[in-house]
Design a protein. Sequence first.
Length: 139
Amino acid sequence: MKYESLIIEKKEYVLLKRLMNLSGYHRDNTFKKSIKKLMEEMESAKILDEEGMPEDVIRFNSSVTIKSENGWHKKFKLVLPSKSDVKKNYISILTPMGAAVMGYAKGDSVIWEFPSGSQKLTIEDIEQENEPININMVL
C-alpha cells in the first residue's frame, strides 16, 4: 500500500459512516462482507482535510481504472448510491467494487471478495472530478 493505510477526506469519511450505518440491513452476504471490510479498514484510515488529500487517492467522484489478476480491465466513476448508473459506469460506493477501492492510491493492489470469489485488483489510474460532496444531503 502506497500510503500504509486508507486515506479519506474528512467530509467523505463522515458521509461514508452514515451510508454504511444505513446499509446495515442489506440482505446480500457479499454486500454485507464488503461493507464490513471497508468499515474495518476505515478504523485505521488517515483522515485528512480537503487541502491535504493526495491527487492519486480514490474518493467520491474519482474515475478509476483497475485490472484484475484474471486480466480484465474496468474503468468506472465512484459515486453516491443515488447517482449509481451501470450504463454510464457509475459505481456506488456501497457495491463490492466501490467498497473495494475507496481510499486506495494509484498502484495499490487489494484482494476483495466479490460474488464470483476473491480477486486481486490493481489500481492503474485515477482521475479526480473534484465535485463537492454535501454531507447533509438526503441519501
